[in-house]
Design a protein around this ligand. Structure first.
Ligand code: AMP
Ligand code: GLY
Length: 429
């Protein structure tokens, strides 16, 4: 079959890399893709939100499955667009309906959903600009620090945590004044949870699900998890503190009630659910939902999946997810992100990347923000390359990732050298 992946990051390269290994694939297209996806499929210069052009291309090339990488087209309704056009209806869409995508598109919707289904999450209230006084009263009743979240999509920047009430009031006011545009017309204020975070992923057909390997990502730019937030600087899977007992709680209290909640409410959902979790004294709670895979989590989750990914997606489309267990590797996967100097603030693009052919077979080089220019691979984003590796333990995997990370070079390259640093204490040799 012909398959199209939508997106252009490391997540999409990892999905493309895996899908290209399936015997079921004839042609693989990535819209718009990057220099890495071009090695395993064919890039198509169509933007992720140009539904009409994507639909036309899918018809023209006889595409029978579309996998949506990023949240933006999902929240804008790409699945509904395909389902609503008779000539596109037969195409299997891996990605939820617009209504389902509200789990990520509106934090208020996600919170209400969790409350309705008894899913553990931080206590909260949401407010609109007219209710600034009530919002201040709510803040006064909470212990510090204060967690304020723009309701809508804000490119991963919509969450602010501040230590004092004064800062919370100031932040609240800025949000209502349009700090995040329409995304902060409504603000969610919630209880601060203290614990260690991890991400759990499920693939659902709307009725059943399979749970994929869990992962932990490292969001801050600086070592020791300091400095500004980024899209993610590295990741590890499995997560050593997520033992059987903990993961059983996650499934029972969070994954199952989420899928059942979607089904009961009649919300069409065929795709990934990303559970952003926090371990509070051994009890899992939901920090957020995403309606897609994580990036760079995909770069460690996908290498650990042994099952044919296309077969798994076909089960999603057919409503038979979970009838066959998925096979996963017991090895540890790590990834180290190479970023442009200056990221996550201003950075330059177009730097020539060298060393890509000098990496050894111990790592998998996923392109995150690259493009091809005059026969050379150049930087095209803040996050440039994710160097993944698999090994018997985390230390060995990190050694491979780091070794190959050093081989790849470009002007201004930066990467953290401490991915997994906080997990050592959970590993018992
Ligand atoms: P989000 O965009 O919802 O993932 O939030 C970004 C980050 O803010 C999360 O990864 C957490 O580190 C932190 N965060 C969000 N909500 C809370 C909370 N209720 N308590 C503590 N930390 C939080
Ligand atoms: N790495 C976090 C995310 O993809 O949202």
């Amino acid at each position: 079959m012909n398959i199209m992946i939508i997106g252009s990051g490391g997540r999409e390269h990892a999905l493309a890399w895996k899908i290209a290994q399936s015997k079921k694939v004839e042609q693989l297209f990535i819209a718009p893709g990057n220099a890495g996806t071009a090695q395993v499929g064919k890039n198509v210069t169509i933007g992720v939100n140009d539904f009409e052009a994507l639909g036309k291309f899918a018809l023209q090339e006889n595409v029978s499955m579309v996998i949506v990488g990023p949240e933006d087209p999902l929240v804008k309704g790409i699945a509904d667009y395909f389902a609503g056009h008779p000539e596109l209806q037969h195409i299997a869409m891996i990605g939820p309906s617009q209504q389902g995508a509200q789990l990520e598109g509106s934090k208020d919707f996600a919170k209400q959903f969790m409350i309705r289904h008894g899913i553990p999450t931080a206590a909260y209230r949401s407010f609109t600009a007219k209710e600034e006084n009530q919002a201040q009263d709510f803040i006064r009743r909470l212990p510090p620090p204060y967690v304020l979240k723009a309701d809508g999509l804000a490119a991963g920047k919509g969450v602010v945590i501040v230590p004092t009430q004064e800062e919370a009031f100031a932040e609240l006011h800025e949000m209502f004044a349009g700090k995040f545009g329409a995304a902060s017309n409504t603000v969610v204020i919630e209880e601060f949870l203290s614990g260690i975070e991890l991400s759990v992923f499920a693939l659902t057909d709307g009725n059943h699900y399979v749970i994929l390997p869990e992962a932990k990502d490292y969001k801050r730019i600086g070592e020791g998890d300091t400095g500004l937030n980024t899209g993610g600087m590295g990741a590890v899977s499995p997560v050593p503190f997520a033992d059987k007992n903990f993961l059983a709680k996650v499934e029972q209290r969070i994954v199952r009630p989420t899928v059942e909640g979607l089904r009961k409410e009649g919300i069409p959902y065929k795709g990934f659910i990303f559970f952003g979790l926090i371990n509070v004294n051994g009890e899992p709670m939901v920090i957020e939902y995403n309606v897609r895979m994580g990036d760079p989590e995909t770069e460690v989750v996908i290498p650990r999946i042994e099952t044919d990914l296309v077969e798994l997606f076909q089960a999603v489309a057919n409503g038979t997810v979970g009838t066959k267990p998925i096979q996963t590797s017991s090895k540890t996967a790590t990834t180290v992100m190479l970023v442009s100097g200056g990221y996550p603030e201003a950075f330059e693009k177009g730097k020539v990347i060298t060393g890509l052919t000098e990496t050894d077979n111990d790592s998998i080089v996923f392109h995150a923000g690259t493009s091809e220019k005059n026969g050379q691979v150049v930087t095209a984003g803040g996050r440039v390359i994710a160097v993944s590796a698999l090994a018997d333990n985390m230390e060995a995997a990190l050694a491979k990732s780091n070794r190959n990370a050093d081989v790849i070079r470009f002007d201004g390259k930066y990467n953290r050298r401490d991915i997994g640093f906080d997990l050592q204490r959970f590993i018992h040799h």
